[in-house]
Design a protein around this ligand. Structure first.
Ligand SMILES: [Zn+2]
Length: 352
């Protein structure tokens, strides 16, 4: 099998851990010989074995055949973390040929894994399906290189471009998208490590921000409310998920973890800095208009996912407009989803 096909399989395996691997990268590994795949593995979660270990374990205890090739989307590690270095394992198991999509920018690896393998006489081919592999690990790569979470903005707008219908008669989420799209949004939540909303959204919509329609990991709920307007009885303060409140003044009527934003502090940068320190690699921003606008105006975003529903509101709060056209559009029941990317445009062979 050619290296491109094997790397495609490898990335497929890597993505199986989309909602569990973080803060670690998504990594898959395939051991093949001629037209046969001998073994496969992927990294399931932090603390569990790396993809190469899983793959070689699946193969069994013997040395690998001399004409076999080991394909892995990220450079094998060279440092002693929770497990011994994978580069050493490959050498010890007699791997003669390796195919790697790209090097690991993580400071403790950064080319050392590949160097070590080459010094041991392993032929290493680099750069196979590299753009797709980088897109697969965009959260990890952005976090390591820019020291902030990867930022995904998400909003739903009516067919005529409104976020919110006016006047409002009750507190609660106004339905814009089809129920099938809710399932997708919950999957999106489970794939990021934190979900952020502003105080207006808590006051108006009272969202729970939990993962309910899919099985997956619950991200941090993050609320930015400098003036303390979010009612203590709001769902985000119900203690059902880890929650972080950025506030101008300490609240005694809520029991969630709080971060004080000083009057001259930049709340957005404080949110990003605090989450980075907590090891959060990615953030889903779910509104409202003002908060989304801040991220867009500063160019502090990586991806925007805009859901357009089938129904018109006629009036209300105008939905933001991303500054770049969508790179792809998808249909979800009666809704349309546009994917906007701030930076390198992914090829159209994959999406999230
Ligand atoms: Zn490793």
């Amino acid at each position: 099998m050619d290296p491109e096909t094997l790397m495609g399989r490898c990335l497929e395996l890597a993505r199986r851990a989309a909602s569990t691997a973080a803060p670690n990268p998504l990594v898959g590994a395939v051991l093949a010989r001629g037209e046969r795949v001998l073994a496969e593995g992927w990294h399931r979660a932090a603390g569990l074995p790396h993809a190469e270990v899983e793959c070689l374990r699946a193969f069994g205890g013997d040395r690998v055949p001399e004409d076999a090739v080991l394909v892995v989307n990220l450079e094998p590690c060279a440092h002693h973390g929770r497990t011994p270095p994978c580069a050493d394992l490959l050498i010890a198991r007699g791997v003669r040929r390796a195919v790697v999509a790209h090097a690991d920018p993580f400071a403790r690896v950064a080319g050392r894994g590949i160097d070590r393998m080459r010094q041991a006489g392993i032929e290493v081919v680099l750069g196979v399906r590299e753009a797709e592999a980088r897109w697969t690990n965009r959260r990890f790569l952005t976090s390591v290189s820019q020291e902030r979470p990867y930022i995904v903005l998400k909003w739903a707008r009516s067919a005529d471009g409104f976020l919110d219908r006016h006047p409002r008669h009750e507190r609660g989420v106004q339905r814009i998208s089809a129920p099938a799209t809710d399932v997708l949004v919950h999957r999106w939540r489970s794939e990021e490590q934190a979900v952020l909303v502003g105080s207006r959204t808590v006051v108006n919509d009272d969202p729970a921000l939990t993962v309910r329609h899919v099985s997956g990991r619950q991200p941090w709920r993050v609320v930015l409310d400098r003036t303390g307007v979010a009612p203590a009885a709001s769902k985000v303060f119900d203690g059902s998920a880890p929650t972080l409140l950025f506030t101008g003044e300490l609240r005694r009527d809520v029991t969630v973890e709080q971060v004080l934003v000083p009057p001259d502090g930049d709340p957005l940068e404080m949110v990003l800095g605090t989450l980075h320190e907590k090891g959060v690699r990615s953030l889903l921003v779910e509104g409202g208009a003002e908060l989304l606008g801040h991220f867009l105006h500063r160019g502090r975003w990586d991806e925007a996912r805009v859901i357009t529903g089938a129904h018109a509101f006629g009036a209300g709060t105008r939905a933001p407009l991303p500054p770049v056209p969508p790179v792809r559009s998808f249909a979800s029941a009666a809704d349309r989803i546009d994917l906007h990317v701030n930076g390198t445009t992914p090829e159209d062979t994959w999406c999230w």
